[in-house]
Structures are given as structure tokens and as C-alpha cells.
Design a protein around this ligand. Structure first.
Ligand code: PEP
Ligand code: MN
Length: 339
């Protein structure tokens, strides 16, 4: 159930609505919008008709919507305005489209600094790089761990770029939170509810990737786990799904972008690197994602992809990334946005 207050409802009227919700056994979760306050009820099924009635007649209440709670806080009904997320000096969810770029894995100081400086020069807004890697095989490179986090912090120091890095295990949360500006939840952990709850408690912005076989509805429920813990800063990342197609690593679900933009107020980030799995397809799908309404993109860039320890085949060389930035900037301009 969602209680929509009238625009201009007084703080006392909002408080009265919250108090009545508690008395009726609901846990109120208010969101102050630009025009009005909306209060979601957590922990309920569809609001009981008599409760909907009792709340609708309160002064200052415009309407009560008895929606199913599956992904209430993430829904547009709950919050019509786009969510804007501040990551240091970058705002995600604005007209300006942030470009997150960097290697799949942090491999060495030399590798990371070279890539960080080159993407910065080309106009990237954040640096990505995995220090903890969720590899499909346990025998492949698992990431540099803390040393990798330290290198990311050094790269931020040198370039000013905020860092996005993956959290794999709730046990690492304290250390990752110390270094990261954005916590990435990978596709393989998209439905790891214990991890989602922990990052929800952390209050750090989260980049939540879509699971390989997660429907859009399930994806929104994954986000809801984070939001329900009180962390409102969730970016949703479309990174391709598993289909019968084998010509590409995944099938980048371009449809998901406008669908998500309709269903949720959360910013949508596109990952054409994992979405396609081949560097040749990354630029065209980046352009398509921006044209489709993505609020940001995340691109793998490597200075020496041939010897990358992970995802070299889908990583752009720095000069190719520079060319991508120019094309992407033109597409953004064509739809009234900017990079
Ligand atoms: C990554 O970003 O390098 C990564 C492992 O992504 P995903 O979880 O989408 O596979
Ligand atoms: Mn990768």
C-alpha cells in the first residue's frame, strides 16, 4: 500500500498518516518528492480495504494505492521523479550521462594507473575495476583483494575519478566500503539476498547488475532488498542475459532499458561489454543503449587486452574507448542529453 500525500500537506498531516499506519500495523517508509511526500507501507500484503479507507479520509492525504508490495519502493508509483545519486562530484540519474570505464580486474599498479589516466583524458567520469572477481571457474584469477582496493584508491587520488568495485562477500564489506565510492553487485550475486541486505545497510551507492537469468520483475525485487534496508542509492545495470544465442557471450537486453525506465525511478546503467562479450560490438551497443534512454554506461577498457587476466576479448583499447566517447557524445546530444 502507498499513501500519497497532497502537495503542500503539512508535516503534522504527514506525521498523523505515519502514526495511523503504525497503529494499523504497517511500517511507514516516507519518500519526500519534489512536489509531495509518498509513504510506502512495508511488511504488508495488499492494504486491507478498511485500512485503505481509514487512511484515505485523513486530512492531507490525496489517495491510497493498494499495490502489491513486491517491489514497492523501486516502483514509479511510489516515486514518480527520477532518483539522482551523488557519487562524489558525479550525479547519476541526471541529464548528463556518466561513463564508467576501466579494466575488468585490477591487475597491477602499472596497468591500473595507465588505464585510469587514459580514460580520464577521454572524458570518463568514474573508474571501474574488480579487486574481488566472481570467476566461473575457481581455478582462474580471483582478484588482488585488498591490494587491488588500495590501487583503486591510488588511481582515484591521481585522477579524481570515483571508483566502482565489486563486493562478493558480506565478510569483505567493511574493507570494500572503506575504498569504494560505488559497490558493484555482480550478475552472479544478483539474487544473493544476504549480500543485498548487507549493502542495503551500508548506505553506499550500489550498482546492481541483472542476473543472467533474472526477469525484469525479479531484478526489481533484488533492488527492493537493498531499498528496504534504507539504502535509496541503487543503480540498475543491464549486462545481458542468457539466451539460446551463441554468437555473443550474452544477449544484451536493450528492451530492458525503456521497460525499467517506465517501471522504476532508479537510474539505469548499460553494460555492453558483458552484454556482448566482444569488443567489436561494444561501441554500437553503447550507442544503442544511450539512444534507448540509459542513464549511464559501464565499459571495460584495457591497455593490453591480449594479456588481460579476465575479459580481454570484450575490453576496448584506450584509443578505441576515446573514439567511443566521441560517438556516444554525439548520440547523447541527438536525444537532448550530454556525456
Ligand atoms: C564485471 O563487471 O567484471 C563482472 C564480473 O560483471 P558481471 O557480474 O555482470 O558478469
Ligand atoms: Mn568483466
Amino acid at each position: 500500500m502507498i499513501v500519497v500525500m497532497k502537495s503542500g500537506a503539512s508535516p503534522e498531516q504527514i506525521q498523523k498518516a505515519k502514526t495511523l499506519m503504525v497503529e494499523l500495523g504497517y511500517q511507514p517508509h516516507p519518500i519526500e518528492g519534489l512536489l509531495r511526500t509518498v509513504i510506502g507501507a512495508i511488511g504488508d500484503e495488499r492494504g486491507k480495504p478498511e485500512d485503505v479507507e481509514a487512511l484515505s479520509i485523513l486530512e492531507g492525504v490525496e489517495k491510497v494505492i493498494p499495490i502489491l508490495p513486491a517491489h514497492k519502493i523501486a516502483s514509479r508509483e511510489f516515486k514518480p521523479e527520477n532518483t539522482k545519486i551523488k557519487v562524489r562530484d558525479v550525479v547519476v540519474g541526471n541529464n548528463k550521462i556518466p561513463v564508467i570505464a576501466g579494466p575488468c580486474s585490477v591487475e597491477s599498479e602499472e596497468q591500473l594507473m595507465e588505464i585510469a589516466h587514459s580514460i580520464k583524458e577521454s572524458g570518463a567520469t568514474m573508474l571501474r575495476g574488480g579487486a574481488y572477481k566472481p570467476r566461473s571457474s575457481p581455478y582462474t584469477f580471483q582478484g588482488m583483494g585488498i591490494e587491488g582496493l588500495k590501487l583503486l584508491a591510488q588511481a582515484r587520488e591521481e585522477t579524481g575519478l570515483p571508483i566502482v568495485t565489486e563486493i562478493l562477500d558480506p565478510h569483505d564489506l567493511d574493507s570494500v566500503v572503506q575504498y569504494a565510492d560505488v559497490l558493484q553487485i555482480g550478475a552472479r550475486n544478483s539474487q544473493n539476498y544476504a549480500l543485498l541486505k548487507e549493502v542495503g545497510k551500508s548506505k553506499k551507492p550500489v550498482l546492481l547488475k541483472r542476473g543472467m537469468s533474472t526477469t525484469i520483475k525479479e531484478f526489481l525485487m533484488c533492488a527492493e532488498y537493498i531499498l528496504a534496508e534504507g539504502n535509496e542509492d541503487v543503480m540498475l545495470c543491464e549486462r545481458g542475459i542468457r539466451t539460446f544465442e551463441t554468437a555473443t557471450r550474452n544477449t544484451f537486453d536493450l528492451n530492458a532499458i525503456p521497460v525499467l525506465k517506465e517501471k522504476t525511478h532508479l537510474p539505469v546503467i548499460a553494460d555492453p561489454s558483458h552484454g556482448t562479450g566482444y569488443w567489436q560490438y561494444v561501441t554500437p551497443m553503447t550507442l544503442a543503449a544511450i539512444a534507448a534512454g540509459a542513464d549511464g554506461v559501464i565499459i571495460e577498457v584495457h591497455n593490453n587486452p591480449e594479456v588481460a587476466v579476465s575479459d580481454g576479448g570484450q575490453s576496448l583499447k584506450p584509443h578505441k574507448f576515446k573514439a567511443l566517447m566521441e560517438k556516444a557524445s554525439a548520440v547523447a546530444k541527438a536525444i537532448g542529453r550530454e556525456l
